[in-house]
Write a protein that binds this ligand. Structure first.
Ligand SMILES: Nc1ncnc2c1ncn2[C@@H]1O[C@H](COP(=O)(O)OP(=O)(O)OP(=O)(O)O)[C@@H](O)[C@H]1O
Length: 247
């Protein structure tokens, strides 16, 4: 990353415990404006916990998180306004139509009443759900449901998008479509993308952060990762990942 890149997410010495279980410990990293960062780690590494603290859904036990200069502990609303979040399980209301749901979330996000129609149409166009606006959510394919999940995250045009395993459970075509969509959002938004599918990261992201047992074990450009972790230059992301997360 060029040193001049302006950080929009700043995580300092962040620890989060669930009672006496340490989920993430002493994490420090920054994410630059417009970056698309792959957020990786084996099951239980602490990805979802980190994302929940970043989005203000869980308070930190120690340390600090700033988004666009606002501290999540002291200015949670300012932070939430700047983040679009797609949790691992998207909060869809199965009986609502796509349009009804997006209008409902727009109201929750305090999009002014007169702007809701245009804003819903904008995110529907970006995510390619405009042809299913009248359909009930529970009848949509998983691929379309994930698109609606991303559409709700985009409402209000937050500068940061946090997407927790958005391609999980999709077929290869739906996955490729969604990947293209996510790539198209980078630049205009800073995107944190958590996934288990490493080849997907290689084609979608330039940088990755790898968590293992609640700690950062790598944070680098993919093309520098192998070298900076003492492995053969041609080693794949998968090989580096397995090496760093064994044990
Ligand atoms: N609500 C909770 N109460 C207690 N422990 C929890 C809770 N949520 C997560 N944990 C624990 O915290 C650790 C990190 O979990 P987290 O869900 O953040 O990992 P993850 O990397 O997102 O995993 P996955 O890839 O399986 O979704 C794990 O040991 C998990 O069991």
């Amino acid at each position: 990353m060029p040193i001049t890149e302006k950080p929009i997410i700043e995580v300092r010495n962040l620890t989060r415990r669930y009672r006496d279980r340490v989920a993430i410990e002493d994490l420090s990293f920054t994410v630059g404006e417009g970056e698309l960062l792959g957020f990786l780690g084996p099951n239980g590494a602490g990805k979802s916990t980190t994302m929940k603290v970043l989005t203000g859904f869980l308070p930190p036990s120690e340390g600090s998180v700033k988004v666009a200069g606002f501290d999540v502990s002291t200015h949670p609303m300012e932070v939430k306004r700047r983040i679009g979040y797609l949790p691992e399980t998207p909060p869809l209301y199965p009986e609502l139509t796509v349009h009804g749901y997006l209008a409902f979330v727009a109201a929750l996000k305090q999009v002014p009443g007169r702007a809701v129609k245009a804003e819903v149409a904008r995110v529907a166009g970006l995510t390619g759900v405009d042809d299913v606006m009248g359909r009930v959510l529970q009848n949509l394919s998983k691929g379309y449901q994930q698109r609606v999940g991303i559409a709700q995250a985009l409402l209000g045009s937050p500068p940061v998008l946090i997407l927790d395993e958005p391609t999980e459970g999709l077929d290869p075509v739906q996955r490729a479509d969604l990947r293209a969509l996510i790539r198209s959002l980078a630049g205009r938004h800073t995107v944190l993308l958590s996934t288990h599918i490493l080849p997907e990261v290689t084609v979608t992201c330039e940088k990755v952060l790898i968590l293992h047992q609640g700690r950062v074990v790598a944070h680098d450009a993919i093309d520098r990762l192998a070298k900076s972790h003492g492995q053969a230059e041609h080693a794949s992301l998968e090989e580096v990942f397995i090496k760093l997360t064994a044990a």
